[in-house]
Write a protein that binds this ligand. Structure first.
Ligand SMILES: Nc1nc2c(ncn2[C@@H]2O[C@H](COP(=O)(O)OP(=O)(O)OP(=O)(O)O)[C@@H](O)[C@H]2O)c(=O)[nH]1
Ligand SMILES: [Mg+2]
Length: 596
């Protein structure tokens, strides 16, 4: 007989990017009464990392707990961007059900498919929420049909197809069972979750087993292992066994035990099967490992996470400017930082290379790697990174490369431009969906390689009005050559400072990335050439001052403002023989060999 915990529900909130998960969690927190009425609470409070706030996206999954009637609802908010899919996969190991959120206008998108597929595979109970019903272009009925189609396409069982549906306006915090009747609060959602999501069940005879799904850090108590008690119970002070991924078993002691209340972690005297907990004292534990009974240690099935598809070489900076801005600049610093990342980030890999100063870092996409670079840069590191490349594998003697399903949403008038560009990148159109709103959705199958650098082109081609989404779609034989950037680089031929005079004279040659006064060095890429070859330039040339008048004329030069690229744009722009130099203060591009 299984033992049930009617006082607990464990639910993950999953969706495509920007469909409103974190906003809905805000409203759920408010209505559960954890904030005082006059308290000032930032919007999307769970997006607490600096980069999450800046980019307006969730990067890491986060736990919280709210009380509704007599039930504790452990909720996990997950990221919707495909590059952070690993966060969703590890989260699903903690819960018994999912709240699948879908935008009432956009409908299911690639990541909706990915997260729902994972949830159905794990036999989790779904509750469907159609969000943003306040949107002018909301089409809730059609979207619900699309959701049914998606469930069927993913081979959902009869039980799973029997999901309840709610319509929400997460911004106002309302839910309703009928889209024609406006909701007044989230009560219908809370009631549905309590009724539908099964309470955690455990085997009362089984020894202690806790599955660790993430790691945290507390300044006072050190490493925290966060996971779900699958069987048994724990108290602080308990002696336990840690079962490592390789099967080895090590004794350990739990020094402190926490459960979740609202957004806080609170110390607990005991916790039992079904609850989500954080444990201190287990210094050596990793994600996917089991905390078990000391006398009868039995491992739980490991957490499965999809393989990385994109890799980049990270090296200690070899730039002439190395050490000017950063606190951590050596290859040892960098390697230690990357090793630390491996402890908490389940979906990246770090490998050594032939060069002692370089590591090969792989992940789910350019954005995931760019976020990692941006994070360590802000911690004071300097490094340089090469062009993102796809991970290939060889099966029975043939070379395979990762493929993606690409969804492009744009106004009808751009279909031609988009199709042509995707075609050149070896994309094949699978279908066109026209909702009759003037916008269309084009679905392609394309090598992951063809996507590198495509986002910028797509935004230009659609005059900034397009939406691009992609999802890993398996492996296929190598699709042949794809042409990269069509332009060469303008390369500084000496060290010095860029001058207005030089830039003014060189302007017809291309577009510059630097402004007068910027320090430059030999081999640094200072602009994009209009032709496909690289061009060495002297960007430091000063006008000979013959008299007062010419020097004032110099100041009157009208320069085109430089193109300042973000880290992601730099990564998309570079070729194989170029690098992005990253410091806490600057991003520079350079040739691998100064005078190539
Ligand atoms: N009109 C309207 N806008 C909403 C609603 N819910 C969320 N939004 C907006 O949608 C945007 C994205 O919301 P988030 O809550 O960050 O979405 P998310 O699903 O958490 O995004 P990721 O975590 O990055 O995948 C924000 O600008 C919200 O204000 C809604 O019900 N109606
Ligand atoms: Mg979010």
């Amino acid at each position: 007989m299984k033992h049930e915990r009617p006082d607990i529900r464990n639910v993950a909130i999953i969706a495509h990017v920007d469909h409103g998960k974190t906003t809905l969690v805000d409203a759920m927190l408010w209505q559960s009464g954890i904030f005082r009425a006059n308290e000032t609470v930032p919007e999307r409070i769970l997006d607490s990392l600096a980069l999450e706030r800046e980019k307006g996206i969730t990067i890491m999954a986060k736990n919280m707990a709210i009380r509704y009637r007599d039930v504790k609802l452990n909720l996990v908010d997950t990221p919707g961007h495909a590059d952070f899919g690993g966060e969703v996969e590890r989260t699903l190991a903690l819960v018994d059900g999912v709240l699948l959120l879908v935008d009432a206008a956009e409908g299911p998108l690639p990541q909706t498919r990915f997260v729902l597929g994972k949830a159905l595979e794990a036999h989790l109970t779904p509750v469907v929420v159609v969000n943003k019903i306040d949107r002018q272009d909301a089409r809730p009925r059609e979207v619900l049909d699309e959701i049914y189609d998606l469930f069927i396409d993913l081979d959902a069982t009869e039980d799973q197809l029997d999901f309840p549906v709610l319509y929400t306006d997460a911004k106002r915090g309302t839910a309703t069972e009928d889209p024609r009747v406006p909701g007044r609060s989230l009560a219908p959602l809370f009631e549905t979750l309590l009724r539908t999501i099964p309470p955690p069940r455990s085997d009362p005879e089984a020894p202690l087993q806790i599955l660790i799904a993430s790691l945290g850090y507390d300044n006072y108590v050190g490493r925290l292992a966060i996971g779900r008690i699958v069987n048994g119970a724990v108290r602080p002070g308990d002696r336990v066994a840690v079962i490592k991924r390789d099967g080895s078993v090590e004794p350990a002691k739990i020094t402190l035990l926490y459960t979740y209340e609202g957004l806080d972690r609170v110390e607990a005297a005991e916790a039992a099967a079904g609850d989500l907990v954080a444990l201190a004292g287990l210094e050596e534990i990793g994600i996917g490992e089991t905390v078990a009974d000391l006398e009868r240690p039995q491992p739980l099935p490991p957490i499965r996470v999809d393989e990385p598809t994109v890799a980049m070489i990270f090296s200690a900076s070899a730039s002439p400017f190395s050490g000017r801005d950063g606190q951590f600049v050596t290859s040892r610093h960098l390697r230690e930082r990357l090793d630390k990342e491996l402890l908490t980030n389940v979906s990246i890999r770090v490998e050594s290379t032939d060069s002692p100063s370089a590591s090969r870092v792989s992940g789910r996409g350019e954005l995931q790697l760019a976020i990692l670079i941006e994070t360590i840069r802000r911690e004071g590191y300097e490094l340089e990174v090469g062009k993102p490349e796809v991970i290939t594998k060889s099966v029975d003697g043939s070379l395979l490369e990762p493929m993606e399903q690409l969804t492009a949403d744009c106004p009808e008038e751009f279909i031609g431009a988009v199709t042509q560009r995707v075609g050149a990148r070896k994309g094949q159109m699978l279908r066109v969906v026209n909702h009759g709103t003037g916008r269309v959705r084009l679905v392609f199958k394309i090598p992951t390689r063809g996507l590198i650098g495509y986002r910028a082109e797509f935004l230009t081609d659609t005059k900034g009005t397009g939406l691009l989404n992609h999802l890993f779609d398996g492996w296929a034989p190598w699709q042949g050559d794809i042409r990269g950037r069509a332009t060469g680089a303008l390369v500084s031929d000496r060290d010095g400072q860029a001058t207005a005079y030089a830039i003014d004279h060189l302007q017809p040659r291309g577009e510059f990335f630097v402004a007068p006064g910027d320090p430059v060095y030999e081999g640094m890429v200072v602009g994009e050439h209009t032709r496909d070859t690289d061009l060495p330039v002297n960007i430091t040339k000063e006008k000979k001052l013959t008299n007062m008048r010419s020097s004032t004329a110099d100041e009157a030069i009208q320069l085109v403002p430089p193109r300042r690229m973000s880290l992601e744009q730099c990564l998309e722009w570079i070729r194989e023989d170029e690098l992005v130099e990253v410091t806490p203060k600057a991003l520079r591009l350079r040739k691998r060999e100064p005078s190539a």
